[in-house]
Design a protein around this ligand. Structure first.
Ligand SMILES: [Zn+2]
Length: 224
């Protein structure tokens, strides 16, 4: 083992012991290295106030804060009921949204028997519906099921450095054991974002993603 590998192993052990989140480098290291932390987005739902009430009869209860400021995993879970199968224990993310939305992978969609397609979060018009259930209630969604398109959350102040604009589509090279270039990655900028790229489980498994993987923006043949 060379020294760098030993150092890396020791750092990971220390991070684990001290509870440091080694997946996400600090803002400073992000900006100097040009690498973007890549995080896996598991299947989840966003619910409207109305549906939260119908399903749980109480507001969402925070279980864990997520990497994007203000977003959280709630203690509540739902069951997704499709024509072919059921998926239990699906995460409900908060805060509430104007419309309920179910974000699943293409593998999940096939399993459930729903013809979902890739779309950006919030664009639910014309998407298929599904049935959601809690332990004591059930809600039928007429639309809102989608396979979330891969995207990058970027603090607005980083856009210049990365040479991108809000809503720009970029290609990203992932430095995994099975390296890939992912095209059509939507850049979203906001002062409230923390730098991270989000891919789903199908994309993660397809590219041999593991914790700590980063991506780089590719424009043509030029690395930015
Ligand atoms: Zn995201």
């Amino acid at each position: 083992m060379n020294e760098a590998i030993v150092e890396d192993v020791i750092k990971k052990i220390i991070d684990e012991l001290t509870g440091n989140d080694s997946i996400r480098p600090s803002r400073d290291s992000d900006i100097t290295s040009n690498s973007i932390p890549v995080e896996l987005s598991a299947r989840h739902v966003h619910l409207s106030e109305e549906h939260i009430n119908e399903l749980f009869g109480e507001p969402l209860v925070l279980e864990k804060e997520l990497s994007q400021p203000g977003q959280f995993l709630s203690k509540q879970r739902v069951r997704l009921i499709g024509p072919k199968n059921v998926i239990n224990n699906v995460a409900v993310l908060g805060p509430s949204r104007p419309s309920s939305q179910v974000e699943i992978s293409l593998t999940d969609a096939r399993f459930l028997g729903i013809e979902a397609s890739v779309g950006q979060s919030g664009e639910i018009e014309g998407t298929p519906g599904i049935i959601m259930a809690s332990t004591d209630s059930i809600v039928g969604l007429e639309e809102g099921v989608l396979v979330a398109g891969r995207h990058i959350h970027m603090p607005t102040s980083y856009a210049g450095k990365f040479d991108v604009r809000d809503k720009e589509m970029v290609s990203i090279h992932l430095d995994t054991e099975r390296p890939v270039i992912m095209e059509n990655v939507l850049v979203r900028t906001s002062d409230n974002f923390k730098l991270a790229m989000h891919i789903d489980f199908d994309e993660g498994n397809g590219s041999a993603w593991k914790s700590g993987v980063t991506g780089k923006i590719i424009k043509g043949c030029r690395e930015v």
